[in-house]
Design a protein around this ligand. Structure first.
Ligand code: HEM
Length: 385
């Protein structure tokens, strides 16, 4: 039995072994690090097929951490990332209008202000500066706090929780404790918003009578966590990749359209964490799959599939738009994708324009990469200019 190839040898590239599987066994039976077997799906067309097909359920949990058995779950009220249609659609319809390109573009001046303030603060610090702590992490934190209407001073409550969730070494107990702390904090915020609804998204949702407090808390948890660690890791790892590729960096600084999507495709920071469970017997890519069996999609393998675009292993920020799956596909495709693209564009362009001489302050091999993480990224990125 093949072991899941889940270790990146280069922070920018998919784990070695996935390309081979994609070419020869695009639906392969593999063992997970914590034990248990799943179907690993690596071809772009087949990954999209799984993510769009309602016969595959999102109500699954675990599979990686030491105490996390792979299992079907009953989603908590409001946790629509774990839900299947039609329940999933009820929440999506409620939230999608808040995340359209037009709505998100209203945040542009706010994001530009946050980015400029963080760059000002960075400029005042003694060098070298840790780009992750001083820029990549605070920018998305502040943006999601402003969007929801959660005071930024309270960010430690969810930054800790987001880290615990994204760390595959966290035990089930640690995850549950982090979730409980975050839920307790948000329950207080929701109560305050019900009393006196503020101008943020949480305030708007608190005005609705068709959402319970529990649903509101869970929606807020999901948005805080999903919108935080992902974007932060893309800013940090994206900056490091561009520092390795001066030609591409120059194009981003000049404002290349579509650079955010190409960085998302190339880095595929969310990978090998999206499980689905077959609700009935079915056939995928000629492989028979039984009801109750699990599939794991590799977004990085799909995004480097030669069938997706020419020369898929090359970073080309001027590449025409691709149908990459770095933000998922189908009904669960990232709710915050327009916001993520906008944040990435403003943050990276702002950073590269402010510090034309930006460079890493340690040899590239010494930049600490987050091992054993559900979302790929850097622990720290010491930079100077
Ligand atoms: C670069 C940053 C981001 C990446 C790479 C990313 C990636 C993804 C992926 C791959 C999914 C699909 C999950 C699945 O099918 O099970 C997803 C879903 C989701 N994302 Fe993002 N995301 C990012 C930023 C954001 C932001 C900024 C927000 C919120 C403001 C957000 C909120 C969500 C939510 C709520 C879902 C669940 C959608 C659903 O189940 O219908 N994400 N994201």
């Amino acid at each position: 039995m093949t072991a899941l190839p889940n270790e990146r040898t280069c922070p920018f590239d998919p784990p070695p072994g996935l390309a081979e599987l994609r070419a020869h066994r695009p639906v392969a039976r593999v063992t997970l690090p914590a034990g248990g077997e799943v179907w690993l799906v690596t071809r772009h067309d087949l990954v999209r097929e799984v993510l769009a097909d309602p016969r595959w359920s999102s109500s699954t949990d675990g599979g990686f951490g030491p105490d996390q058995p792979l299992r079907a779950i009953t989603p908590e009220p409001g946790m629509f990332i774990d839900m299947d249609p039609p329940e999933h659609g009820r929440y999506r319809r409620l939230l999608t209008p808040h995340f359209t390109v037009q709505r998100v573009n209203r945040f542009r001046p706010g994001i530009e202000r946050i980015v400029a303030e963080r760059l000002d603060a960075m400029e005042r610090l003694p060098r070298p500066v840790d780009l992750v702590a001083e820029f990549a992490l605070p920018v998305p934190s502040m943006v999601i706090c402003e969007l929801l209407g959660v005071p930024y001073e309270d960010r430690s409550a969810f930054q800790d929780a987001a880290r615990t969730f994204a760390d595959l070494g966290s035990s089930q107990g640690e995850i549950e404790a982090a979730m409980a702390r975050l839920a307790a904090y948000l329950a207080k915020r929701v109560a305050a918003e019900r009393d006196e609804p503020g101008g943020g998204l949480l305030g708007e949702l608190a005005r609705r009578e068709d959402l319970t407090d529990e649903e509101l808390v869970n929606i807020a948890i999901m948005l805080l966590i999903a919108g935080h660690e992902t974007t932060a890791n893309m800013i940090g790892l994206g900056a490091l990749l561009l520092l390795h590729r001066p030609d591409q960096l120059a194009r981003v600084r000049e404002g290349a359209q579509g650079a955010a999507d190409e960085l998302l495709r190339h880095l595929s920071i969310v990978d090998l964490v999206m499980f689905r469970m077959a609700k009935e017997d079915l056939v995928l890519g000629g492989q028979e799959i039984k009801a109750g069996e699990f599939a794991l999609t590799s977004l990085s393998a799909a995004n480097r599939d030669p069938a997706l675009c020419p020369d898929p292993d090359r970073l080309d920020v001027t590449r025409p738009k691709t149908a990459h799956v770095a933000l998922g596909f189908g009904p669960h495709q990232c709710l915050g994708q327009n916001l993520a693209r906008l944040e990435l564009e403003i943050a990276l362009q702002g950073l590269l324009r402010r510090f034309p001489g930006l460079r890493t302050a340690v040899p590239p091999a010494e930049v600490p990469v987050r091992e054993n993480a559900a979302i790929h990224g850097l622990v720290a990125l010491p930079v100077t200019w």
